[in-house]
Write a protein that binds this ligand. Structure first.
Ligand code: GTP
Length: 593
């Protein structure tokens, strides 16, 4: 395709503003799929994505419109996948900015717009959902101009749902988004935008060709990974797969090259010709690192192998999460897994539960701490509270911090500020735009991974929006808190907390556990402790009625039978010395309220 006939664009939007629906409409209008095939949303093709309505993996569709080739690149909307968003945006020359006519500009709208501007995009505002009775397109138009500073006088008024404004959007893309630049005769230079595992094709790689040509039979080299591969297919998605003889400069499409694992492909890598390589790689490459870790254990110890297999399978399609085996005195064998963020964690956990039918216990999420040891012991990265060295071996602990931007309607501002303060936040900025406050806070990631997002949503009744990025590690007065049940530490419940928050969290945890652990035949103390010092304590009273009492003490086997019977319906219990803790207790205890 000649360069001047190509337009590459993505759609940026806050979650739920209608990105996927609009993408589907564009595909439908340009004839990529029949009405019947359109029945389900096409771009979000994983089951969970559909159910949650969240785009996780970037996908691209080639659209034909009035003699032009339009490549629509879907980008993930959530902060956990910020780097994938950034790479997808780097592959385009323009973006549709979709804003909900009833909601207006939100935190992720802004975060995405700024990224888009950084990539020098031509941005076309689209005011969506104008069919809604609550739509206020003129107010939203003004917001786009005032808050973002974009000219919105030609913003398309659209309804992705009812199909209003779709042709105008397509025409604006052709008229306003610049065509890509590139040199067909230069050495091949293409960006690896995304990759996924397909059971029939193997690993499929989404690429944006900058210079040169990609063809079947070509030896290619991944410049960052340093590996070479033989291309065996080139093509595009409409969204059905279609093979093409080649991919030229400016084009977006896929290749396959007999690659076995997604882990061999790194998003942002530069693909070049192995025989005639480009002089330098594309800028901006970074390896994604997990930022949140937790342990995943099978409820039933017999499921360990099944868990191992399932995790390995999931990893085939998602190289951004990591796992290694872990043993816990309390929970037995499991895996320590690393994720890009909390949503990423939830998605993986949910897929394991649902697609692989596993019952899991998840330990408290933890961030990556940097430890400096005393006596020149060097530096240590800590992913698991259980590995925390003795306190007197630690010179300093550093924890990751983020900068968060929150949008919230005025009436919820007070409680949101309090939430941020309670989580050790440092307020950086507070301004008003329309009827809403824009707050910027620096926060320790440690305080955010628990339930910050849930709290934010519930305090603001869903109206607050939130976006963040990491700003590096800072020293903090952090300690490891152990939870002891019947005087035995439960390793799965130990956590690293700020000293100032330890007592409150410890007390809370003990109170929770008191309600969650069923009574036993004896009294059970529950304690929170830092080192040898108990900072909170509760006691579960003994059961008054002993089911074995009527056995007159004599008949041991009968006694045992009764106790066994009592055990039934307690299958999901974990034994701690002599105390059984139901799985629900773990989950509930780990969810800080
Ligand atoms: P993520 O993929 O989660 O980022 O969301 P999204 O931005 O892709 O939103 P999606 O297309 O899934 O739409 C969110 C909700 O808004 C869905 O329930 C859609 O049916 C609805 N919706 C989308 N466009 C319109 C519209 O023009 N009018 C109305 N009334 N509803 C719409």
């Amino acid at each position: 395709t000649p360069l001047d006939k190509i337009r590459n664009f993505s759609i940026i939007a806050h979650i739920d503003h209608g990105k996927s629906t609009l993408a589907d409409r564009l595909i439908q209008r340009t004839g990529g799929l029949t009405e019947r095939e359109m029945s389900a949303q096409v771009l979000d093709n994983m089951e969970i994505e559909k159910e949650r309505g969240i785009t996780i993996k970037a996908q691209t569709v080639r659209l034909d419109w009035k003699g032009y080739v339009l490549n629509l690149m879907d980008t993930p909307g959530h902060v956990d996948f910020a780097y994938e968003v950034s790479r997808s945006l780097a592959a385009c020359e323009g973006a549709l900015l979709v804003v909900d006519a009833a909601q207006g500009v939100e935190a992720q709208t802004l975060a995405n717009v700024y990224q888009s501007i950084e990539h020098d995009h031509e941005i076309l505002p689209v005011i969506n959902k104008i069919d809604l009775p609550a739509a206020e397109p003129e107010r939203v138009r003004a917001e786009i101009e005032d808050i973002i500073g974009l000219d919105a006088s030609e913003a398309v008024l659209a309804s992705a749902k009812s199909g209003i404004g779709i042709e105008e959007i397509l025409d604006q893309i052709v008229a306003k988004i610049p065509s890509p630049k590139g040199d067909r005769d230069a050495p091949l230079k293409a960006m690896l935008v995304d990759s996924w595992y397909d059971p029939y094709l193997g690993v499929v790689i989404l690429v944006r060709v900058i210079d040169g040509v990609l063809k079947k039979g070509q030896q290619i080299k991944f410049m960052q990974a340093g590996t070479t591969h033989l291309v065996d297919r080139t093509g595009c998605m409409r969204p059905k797969i279609e093979q093409l003889p080649e991919l030229g400069p400016g084009e977006i499409g896929f290749i396959t090259a007999q690659i076995k694992e997604v882990a061999q492909t790194m998003v942002g890598d530069t693909i070049t010709d192995a025989k005639k390589p480009a002089a330098e790689a594309l800028p901006g490459f970074k390896e994604v690192q997990p930022v949140v870790f937790c342990g995943l254990f099978p409820t039933d110890a017999n499921d360990f192998e099944k868990l191992r297999e399932s995790i390995s399978k999931l990893r085939l399609n998602d190289a951004s999460f990591s796992f290694e085996m872990e043993t816990s005195a309390a929970l037995g064998f499991g895996f320590r897994c690393g994720f890009l963020g909390l949503l990423h964690l939830e998605i993986i956990q949910e897929r394991l539960t649902r697609e692989y039918d596993l019952d899991l216990i998840t330990t408290a999420p933890s961030v990556v701490y940097h430890l400096t040891l005393t006596h020149g012991g060097g530096q240590l990265e800590l992913h698991n509270p259980a590995d925390m060295p003795d306190p007197n071996r630690i010179e300093e602990i550093e924890e990751p911090w983020i900068e968060a931007v929150i949008y919230v309607p005025d009436e919820y501002l007070g409680p949101i500020l309090k939430l941020c303060q309670d989580r050790r936040g440092i307020q950086k900025n507070l301004t008003y735009v329309g009827g809403r406050a824009q707050i910027t806070y620096e926060l320790p990631l440690n305080e955010v991974v628990f339930d910050f997002y849930d709290r934010l949503k519930s305090i603001s009744r869903g109206y607050a929006s939130f976006d963040y990025h990491q700003i590096g590690h800072r020293p903090g007065d952090l300690v490891k808190m152990n939870i002891l049940v019947n005087n035995e530490p439960v390793d799965a419940l130990s956590m690293i907390v700020h000293r100032s928050a330890a007592e409150a969290r410890g007390r809370h945890m003990c109170e929770r556990l008191k309600d969650l652990i069923p009574r036993h035949l004896f009294k059970i103390p529950i304690q929170a402790a830092i080192g040898g010092k108990v900072i909170a304590r509760e006691t579960i009273a003994a059961l008054r009625k002993d089911v074995t009492a009527k056995c007159y003490g004599g008949d041991i086997s009968r006694k045992k039978k009764l106790l066994d019977k009592q055990k039934e319906g307690k299958k999901r219990m974990r034994e701690y010395g002599s105390v059984s803790i139901p799985q629900e207790a773990f989950i509930a205890a780990l969810r800080m309220g």
